[in-house]
Write a protein that binds this ligand. Structure first.
Ligand SMILES: Nc1ncnc2c1ncn2[C@@H]1O[C@H](COP(=O)(O)OP(=O)(O)OP(=O)(O)O)[C@@H](O)[C@H]1O
Ligand SMILES: CC(C)(CO)[C@@H](O)C(=O)NCCC(=O)O
Ligand SMILES: [K+]
Length: 249
């Protein structure tokens, strides 16, 4: 079995694949290395042979996770690294190593699935947009705070913005002007995200007309998918790219 890990800034997304099979044997989202190991121990008949991983965390933190996995499961771990070019995609950053690896993998996955120009939108801790032209040239992208950061900044930097998770969830059932603090903040942040999305799509249109595919991924993709009916929601887009960047020999 193969363990795949996407280590974001807030959460680790993991899944286990059976060698040679397409279906997912087990999967989850955890908040720490310890929680990851515990979740994996709870998977029935787990027999890991290989592991591939992408991380946007600090090197020391990633190294520690790799060490923990080697100790707990005796697996070989292969980590995705930056590249100037891969699978027909050319990294558009001035310094290719500065482009977040999760973005790079999502771009590789998107370009493969689209077989043409694509706009990749990822909604996690940060919200990101990346543009890949039909010839595989990555034009660059945009980064802004995602839903968790926007809402936490408001909570942290004001005295009177306070509400619980249940109120936050209820608030997003509609998008009319908020009549409670929870509604006003949650809906306001949601509209910021949607505005971000619509602006990216306008830009993609200016470049490519109607000839491009929009991909939505990341834990908060559901928050914006209504705003872009033409988009393909691909929750595992980073994993698609991960398999391309770390093929198992
Ligand atoms: N099962 C889940 N566990 C935790 N968060 C989830 C889950 N499902 C959806 N989410 C949402 O996903 C968001 C986090 O997104 P995601 O996991 O893609 O990114 P991240 O790891 O926090 O950050 P990034 O990958 O951008 O560095 C949270 O705001 C949360 O609302
Ligand atoms: C933008 C995030 C945080 C999104 O997860 C990640 O891709 C990252 O840390 N990127 C490095 C900075 C950059 O991509 O320019
Ligand atoms: K991500």
């Amino acid at each position: 079995m193969i363990l795949e890990l996407d280590c974001g800034n807030s959460f680790i997304k993991w899944r286990v694949l059976e060698a040679g099979r397409a279906n997912v044997y087990a999967e989850g989202v955890v908040g720490s290395n310890i929680a990851l190991i515990e979740s994996l121990w709870a998977v029935p008949n787990l027999l890991l042979t290989r592991c591939r991983l992408v991380s946007v965390r600090a090197l020391e933190e990633t190294d520690k996770l790799v060490e923990t996995l080697v100790e707990a499961f005796g697996v070989t771990v292969s980590c995705a690294t930056s590249a100037v070019e891969m699978a027909g995609v050319h990294n558009g950053y001035e310094d290719f190593q500065r482009l977040g690896l999760d973005r790079w993998l999502a771009i590789l996955g998107g370009y493969k699935l689209a077989s043409g120009a694509c706009l990749v939108l990822d909604f996690g801790t940060a919200a990101t947009a990346d543009f890949v032209a039909a010839d595989g040239q990555h034009l660059g992208g945009f980064i802004c705070p995602g839903m968790p950061l926007m809402r936490n900044q408001l909570r942290t930097h004001t005295h009177k913005i306070r509400y619980d998770d249940a109120a936050a969830e209820r608030a997003l059932e509609r998008l009319s002007p908020g009549r409670t603090t929870a509604e006003a903040v949650e809906r306001g942040c949601m509209l910021m995200l949607r505005g971000f999305v619509l602006t990216q799509i306008e830009l993609a249109r200016a470049y490519w007309g109607d000839d491009f595919t929009v991909f939505l991924t990341g834990g908060d993709a559901d928050l914006v998918c209504d705003a872009v009916p033409q988009a393909r929601v691909v929750p595992d887009l980073v994993f698609v790219g991960l398999a391309m960047a770390c093929p198992l020999s």
